[in-house]
Ligand binder design. Structure first.
Ligand SMILES: Cc1cc2nc3c(=O)[nH]c(=O)nc-3n(C[C@H](O)[C@H](O)[C@H](O)COP(=O)(O)OP(=O)(O)OC[C@H]3O[C@@H](n4cnc5c(N)ncnc54)[C@H](O)[C@@H]3O)c2cc1C
Length: 412
């Protein structure tokens, strides 16, 4: 019997790697520093029964790795309505329905005050062009920034400001749209091909599902790895654990600390998610994500997760999620006061009475910068995977974890 594969980090990448190894009958030992698995995909349950994802995020059902690795039915996915409600610079809202799913919405979409008719025709042609494309091919296309790409394609500043910035700025946590256009095309395609969903019991059901079949004795929580070598890892309690291979499935900054040969991310996209409890649903159950296209908004997007998945709130309450992107130098109370004012301007005075439940400030939400290091063997016996080796997405974490396991299995 060869020594087990050592996996460091039980986020989506580490769990995907563990699952693939386990399915192939290969033994592994997984060490996770935190007290629970999931990495950046965690859900807290309050005493009252609100389910609070640690930062607003959604699963796109079209992701190729979701089809490969996730049992979607068992997640009990609750889908957002396709499209979005956009708060325009004058404070009015417009509903942007998806004409592909609701052909009757095409006329309304053409009339929506988010850009010229030419912009919308161009959007239709662009979306049609994405449909038959290979997702991986899209990812490796156009290294220019998304904003430059949109401008070069001829879209007006109006549709950029009223649609692309609020929508994709929310996905990328970056309203400057400075990330690569290839990733933008991939994400756009995934939104068109599938649905944005929340698992009924919270996003953490994703890592939990990956971990379900893993042998309990192979998963160690609260186990921080301090040093890494090709023969194994040393834990913070001083123990050395031998491995045939070591897989670093930690986020980019930790990977760089453990092995300086791994480039650190250039930076991190930041976000803060504030949760409130409301007595009534301000969205009246319409199921749309709400995007803010006003100039320099405080709150970038809002949704009512319990309208999508009633399991997110105790009966009789509505959960409100408001996201603020980017860094801010505000203390929690000041940020909360600013957010409340913005929400009151958007949803009326009732928003001042929404009960603040919790805020999650996430300075390390998405890594930025060119991914200099494809998921692969780093040195003899040491592998690296995770979103920082590809692009910032659940699909990347799942894919790189699986591919790393397959590379190891090929050697045996
Ligand atoms: C707020 C937010 C919103 C997002 N929205 C979306 C979205 O809508 N759609 C989408 O596709 N993606 C989204 N993402 C991105 C997605 O969540 C990540 O790309 C993915 O979860 C990264 O997984 P990972 O396994 O690569 O890294 P991580 O989840 O960061 O896992 C790394 C793990 O390594 C552990 N670790 C670190 N150092 C050590 C050590 N020394 N010893 C042991 N363990 C260690 C950490 O504790 C962690 O559990 C979002 C992320 C955030 C934060």
């Amino acid at each position: 019997m060869s020594a087990p594969v050592i996996i460091v980090g039980a986020g989506m990448a580490g769990l995907a790697c563990a699952r693939s190894l386990h399915r192939a009958g290969r033994s592994f030992q997984l060490f996770e520093a935190a007290s629970a698995l999931g990495g950046r995909v965690r859900t807290d349950i309050t005493e009252e029964g609100f389910r609070l994802d640690r930062g607003f995020q959604v699963l796109l059902t079209a992701y190729p790795e979701v089809h490969r690795q996730i049992n979607r039915g068992r997640l009990q996915p609750r889908a957002f309505r396709s499209g979005a409600i956009i708060r325009l610079p004058d404070g009015q809202e417009t509903i942007l329905r998806d004409p592909l799913r609701d052909p009757r919405a095409a006329v309304a979409a053409l009339r929506a005050p988010i850009g010229s008719l030419t912009d919308k025709m161009r959007l239709g042609v662009f979306v049609a062009g994405l449909l038959g494309r290979d997702a991986n091919a899209l990812l490796s296309e156009s290294s220019i920034s998304t904003l430059d790409f949109l401008r070069r394609q001829g879209w007006s500043e109006e549709i950029i400001a009223r649609f692309f910035v609020p929508f994709f700025g929310g996905v990328f946590l970056d309203r400057s749209l400075s990330g690569p256009a290839g990733f933008f095309k991939f994400v756009f395609q995934q939104f068109v091909l599938g649905r944005a969903v929340l698992p009924a019991l919270g996003m953490q059901r994703l890592p939990e599902q990956l971990a379900e079949a893993l042998p309990k004795q192979s998963v160690h929580l609260g186990a921080r790895v301090e040093t890494v070598s090709s023969g194994g890892v040393r834990l913070s309690n001083g123990q050395f654990r031998e491995g045939s291979h070591v897989v670093l499935a930690v986020e980019g900054s930790s990977a760089h600390r453990l092995l300086p040969a791994i480039p650190a991310p250039e930076g991190w996209r930041k976000t803060t998610c504030l949760y409130f409890a409301a007595a009534h649903s301000p969205g009246k159950g319409d199921g749309y994500l709400r995007l803010n296209a006003t100039t320099d908004p405080v709150v970038h997007n809002v949704c009512f997760p319990s309208d999508i998945a009633p399991e997110y709130a105790p009966r009789g309450s509505t959960l409100v999620s408001a996201s603020v992107h980017g860094g801010h130098a505000l203390d929690e109370a000041t940020l909360l006061a600013k957010v409340r004012l913005d929400l009151a301007a958007w949803f009326g005075e009732a928003a001042m009475k929404w009960r603040h439940l919790r805020s999650y400030e996430l300075p390390f939400a998405l890594p930025t910068g060119p991914q200099a290091l494809p998921a692969a063997r780093l040195t003899e016996g040491v592998y690296v995977c995770g979103d920082h080796t590809a692009y910032p997405s659940l699909n990347a974490a799942l894919a790189t974890g699986r591919l790393t396991a397959e590379a190891i299995l090929l050697q045996n």
